[in-house]
Each structure stands twice: as structure tokens, then as C-alpha cells.
Design a protein around this ligand. Structure first.
Ligand code: ADP
Ligand code: MG
Length: 282
């Protein structure tokens, strides 16, 4: 990976997405014609919080040994106005859009995706990193094919947790509907928040809507703290097995100490099972 001041090596193309501080555009490497995804962050918008991006780069370097399901950083550089981070390009779009266009996933397909994501989370956690913003907008497909590989992206809110600093992060962060109760309660948090967020993602995959969606942010926060969610309306859950529901439930364990680790989640019957799931008639 190289660091350069001038972005003249690339030609920018279509817009791929945008987030809180960044817009992401396709960028073609002029010499190799290789396409990348370039996250362009306006320094002025960061208002002195450039450390957030330096942190993102540090985290990405730490896991740069590579995992097939983590979007790799290939290059970065800056101009007086912007910071540029170049990633491998995922052309298949966000999991969010796929759930929205399908309505929801068949259970077997959902389990396959969730298993892959948990393997990548295990890798991240073993490297001492907590992602803190897992949600379908940050899970991207490599290609437009139906069975494309899924990738974890956006390490903008992630943190490196030194040994022995379990549950010591304190800022309120993340995306409200995916936030674990210990974040809402400002009790200090750590890796278990990623497992909680995956409970919400799994619920979303199976039902097509999220479990804690409420009229106001305050009501949403209260529902999260009280663990108030149901597998309802019944018509959305009719074809979902008890094993899948149990998986969601254990990921949404209120107490982070009793929530499974990524390794334990991978041992759950829903993910460990090799038998095919019930697929309803079309
Ligand atoms: P933010 O921190 O602002 O949320 P992200 O890193 O999540 O920024 O990028 C914003 C959006 O840009 C993503 O949700 C996705 O749609 C798109 N995007 C990000 N990285 C890539 C990539 N490597 N390939 C394709 N699209 C990407
Ligand atoms: Mg994002």
C-alpha cells in the first residue's frame, strides 16, 4: 500500500454511495485500468476529527493481512481539501438494498450470509478490533451475482481494543436501531456490541424489517434497553424455524457478558448445521 499526496494516479467515475463524512466514487487506476472504490472525505466536514480517519486507516492496516470477506484498503493519499481511501471495488451493492428488493431472505440463504459474516467478525475480534457499525449498509456484495461473496466494509467507527480493556469504550456511537443496550446505557462496551448488531441484521434478513423500529428515537432506545421485540406480525415469521429465532434471541442477549462470542455464535445449531432448511414453495 502506498501513501501519496496527489490523487493524479486515478480517474474518478460514478458515485457508489455516501455516508456521514464521505462520498464513495469509483476510481480507475490510470496505469493499470484497475477499478477501485475511493472514499473521499472532506477535511472541513471532519472539523478537526481527522483522527477518525487516521484510526480507520490504522485499523485497516492491522487487518491488512487480509480476509476474503473484509474490504481491503489498497491506497490512501490526501490533498489540502480531502482525504482519499482506495478500497477493492464491490460492484454488487449493499445488503440493505438486496433485502429491500427481495422483501426478506430464505432462511438457508440468510444462514449462509450470517455464517460468512461471523467468520469475518471472528477474524476482526481476534485482531483486537471491534467494528461498532455493523448494519446492512456496511455489508457489500463483491459482484452483482445472486451468490456473490459478502464483505464487511466501513471501519470508520471501529476501535482497537488493547488486551485487558474489555468493555472499556464509552462513546455513544453506531446507528440507533443496531445499538446494543450497553451503548444506550453508557455502561462501557466492547466486542459484544458487534454480536448484538448481527442479531438485528439477522432479524432484518429473515423478516425484512428491524426489531426495534419505533415512532421516536427515545422509544427506540427504551425498546432496546428493555429488550422489547417480537417475532411478529406472524405472517412475516411463518416460514422461519425455531432454530433461526433462537439464534436471533441469543445474539440479542441483553447482558453483554452472557452474549455469545463470534466463535460461540458459529457453533449455534442454525449456523453449524449442514442440513438444508425448509424452503417454502414459491
Ligand atoms: P461512511 O463511513 O460515511 O458510512 P462507508 O465506508 O460506509 O462510509 O461508505 C459509504 C457507502 O459507499 C457504503 O454504504 C457503500 O454503499 C459505498 N461503498 C463503500 N465502500 C465501497 C466499496 N469498497 N465498493 C463499493 N461501494 C462501496
Ligand atoms: Mg457506512
Amino acid at each position: 500500500m502506498q501513501s501519496r499526496m496527489a490523487p493524479c494516479k486515478y480517474r474518478t467515475g460514478r458515485m457508489l454511495g455516501s455516508g456521514t463524512y464521505a462520498i464513495v466514487r469509483e476510481a480507475i487506476h490510470i496505469e493499470t485500468e484497475e477499478p477501485y472504490a475511493c472514499k473521499i472525505i472532506n477535511k472541513q466536514l471532519l472539523e478537526g476529527r481527522e483522527y477518525l480517519v487516521r484510526n480507520e486507516i490504522a485499523v485497516l492496516k492491522r487487518i491488512s493481512s487480509g480476509h476474503p470477506n473484509i474490504v481491503a484498503l489498497r491506497d490512501y493519499f490526501e490533498t489540502p481539501r480531502n482525504l482519499y481511501l482506495c478500497f477493492d471495488l464491490c460492484t454488487g451493492g449493499e445488503l440493505f438494498d438486496r433485502i429491500c428488493s427481495k422483501g426478506s431472505y430464505y432462511e438457508a440463504d440468510a444462514a449462509g450470509l450470517v455464517r460468512t459474516i461471523f467468520n469475518a467478525i471472528q477474524h476482526i475480534h481476534n485482531a483486537g478490533i471491534v467494528h461498532r457499525d455493523l448494519k446492512p449498509e456496511n455489508l457489500l456484495f463483491c459482484t452483482p451475482e445472486e451468490d456473490a461473496d459478502i464483505m464487511i466494509a466501513d471501519f470508520g467507527l471501529s476501535r482497537i481494543m488493547e488486551e485487558g480493556t474489555l468493555n472499556k469504550l464509552t462513546e455513544i456511537c453506531g446507528t440507533p436501531g443496531y445499538m446494543a443496550p450497553e451503548i444506550c446505557l453508557e455502561m462501557g462496551h466492547g466486542k459484544p456490541v458487534d454480536i448484538w448488531a448481527m442479531g438485528v441484521v439477522t432479524y432484518f434478513l429473515l423478516a425484512g424489517y428491524t426489531p426495534f423500529d419505533r415512532e421516536t428515537p427515545q422509544a427506540e432506545k427504551e425498546a432496546i434497553i428493555k429488550g422489547e421485540y417480537r417475532f411478529e406480525p406472524e405472517e412475516y415469521w411463518a416460514n422461519v424455524s425455531d432454530t433461526a429465532r433462537d439464534f436471533v434471541q441469543v445474539c440479542l442477549t441483553a447482558d453483554p457478558v452472557h452474549r455469545p462470542t463470534a466463535a460461540q455464535a458459529l457453533q449455534h445449531k442454525w449456523l453449524a448445521s449442514t442440513t438444508p432448511y425448509f424452503v417454502p414453495d414459491p
